[in-house]
Write a protein that binds this ligand. Structure first.
Ligand SMILES: [Zn+2]
Length: 214
């Protein structure tokens, strides 16, 4: 079962990277079929096997030798590991995390992600929650949504805050503190130009580490 989940996870990671790339370039999710982003040559089925193809091709396009982003391998491996931890009770937080992984992949390239994702992740985090939590979180979310467009230079992205609200609902205040501490530390250690950067990838990496650590 674990092996099957690993395979599904690797495929899911591959799909997320492809969809994020297409969102960034404005391509349709369906057309054209999978191709090299540099030379646009259509990929053969054996070049699309998650994890294995990247290793077999040694991270380069078989046609033009352009370097394939290592993010692809990293994402496929991580979602593969992530899915091996699946149990029925973890379905919602896992789904939530996977959607934010998609958002982080878009954020790292454009500092934006599709608007439906905020609503989808909010709904997922509120399923089965008590009414007071739902009301509180929905008002908080509404406040962020209303305030941010009125702010000329917000210090933090509304997407980052939305992910934080969801994390708090799923994992509670203490876990959230650990999560933010690690995400901020990673950002402080690696960011060279602190004027403006995508924070979602750091939030995601931290969330993945805290998820996989146990
Ligand atoms: Zn190529």
């Amino acid at each position: 079962m674990m092996f099957i989940l690993f395979i599904y996870g690797a495929c899911l990671g591959s799909f997320l990277v492809a969809m994020a790339d297409r969102y960034v370039t404005g391509e349709s999710p369906l057309f054209p079929p999978s191709h090299c982003v540099t030379c646009s040559t259509r990929l053969a089925p054996w070049q699309m096997v998650p994890i294995l193809s990247y290793l077999f091709l040694r991270g380069r396009c078989a046609y033009c030798q352009a370097i394939i982003s290592p993010t692809i391998l990293l994402m496929e491996g991580t979602t593969a590991l992530l899915l091996t931890t699946w149990t029925p009770t973890l379905t919602l937080p896992l789904l939530w995390l996977i959607l934010w992984a998609f958002a982080a992949l878009s954020d790292v390239q454009t500092q934006a992600f599709p608007g439906w994702l905020s609503w989808a992740t909010l709904s997922i985090s509120l399923i089965g929650q008590p009414w007071p939590t739902i009301l509180f979180v929905a008002s908080l979310f509404g406040l962020v949504r209303w305030l941010w467009p009125h702010w000329s230079h917000p210090r933090i992205g509304d997407g980052d805050l939305e992910m934080m609200i969801g994390y708090w609902v799923f994992f509670g205040s203490l876990s959230m503190a650990h999560w933010l501490l690690l995400a901020c530390s990673l950002a402080l250690l690696t960011i060279r130009t602190p004027a403006r950067f995508a924070f979602l990838p750091y939030l995601l990496i931290s969330a993945l580490i805290w998820w996989l650590w146990p």
